[in-house]
Design a protein around this ligand. Structure first.
Ligand code: 3SL
Length: 243
């Protein structure tokens, strides 16, 4: 299996249509997606564009939908929830379709909507995604971080490194690291793996969240490793289900 990692959507070479993609946004979109599906959401439908989200969500019965969204880390006006994985409780999300737009994570997803297989990953479901890749054995996998407005983020690279470490430890077949971004991510994982929450808090987006208010529960949740067995999987364009 050949794996490459790009920090943000804009780094993916123009015209590249990946076969298998794994989108990562540890703080916090892909952690929230995994938690929502784990807590019984019917699906999470993702949008880079808020107007499009509002239009599409109206096609869904109001009793069966929730709008989730943030910009700059703050909940969007008129939306039911922001983007905290703590808020997507079973009580709120069970059986509902979540319509979601975030600053960076949903943009990364949009870049690879056309992939034949598309999964989302965070630290919380790293093992589940790793096992899925070992089972499916794709020849090439694109790991795509979300960053912050086009810039690198520490926590997404950490998660990319954690996935490749898992694959190297558990694969009977050759795992090939194709680009330097992924080698660097693996080194980052070796450096921080005993203090994941410390890494998330050190990251610039972690510091942004701290400036916005107390996010202790979010940090705790987003830094949990291998706690959820869900692999959010695209079955319709932009819509993630738990298979
Ligand atoms: O940028 C994103 O997509 C979000 O995950 C950012 S936040 O953590 O919700 O602020």
């Amino acid at each position: 299996m050949d794996l490459s990692y790009f920090h943000v959507a804009g780094d993916v070479p123009h015209g590249m249509k990946p076969n298998t993609s794994v989108v990562i946004d540890v703080l916090r979109a892909t952690t929230t997606i995994a938690c929502a599906l784990n807590n019984g959401a019917e699906a999470v439908q993702t949008f880079a564009d808020i107007n499009e989200l509002e239009k599409q969500s109206l096609k869904w019965p109001s009793s069966q939908r929730l709008l989730l969204g943030e910009r700059g880390g703050k909940k969007l006006d008129g939306f039911d929830l922001g983007n905290s994985p703590i808020d997507v409780t079973p009580n709120l999300v069970k059986g509902k379709r979540l319509f979601m737009s975030t600053t960076n994570g949903t943009r990364s997803l949009e870049r690879v909507f056309e992939s034949n297989s598309l999964f989302t990953m965070s630290l919380i479901n790293r093992r589940a995604v790793g096992l899925k890749l070992l089972l499916n054995k794709p020849a090439n996998v694109l790991l795509l971080g979300s960053g912050w407005e086009g810039a690198y983020s520490l926590e997404d690279s950490l998660a990319a490194g954690s996935l490749v470490a898992f694959l190297l430890e558990n694969s009977s077949e050759k795992i090939r690291i194709v680009n330097d971004e992924l080698s660097a991510a693996l080194a980052l994982w070796s450096y921080w793996k005993e203090n994941i929450e410390g890494c998330l808090r050190k990251s610039t987006h972690g510091q942004r969240l701290e400036r916005l208010g107390n996010h202790d529960d979010d940090f705790l949740c987003c830094s949990q490793l291998d706690k959820i067995n869900i692999v959010p999987t695209q079955r319709e364009k932009g819509v993630l289900f738990s298979p």
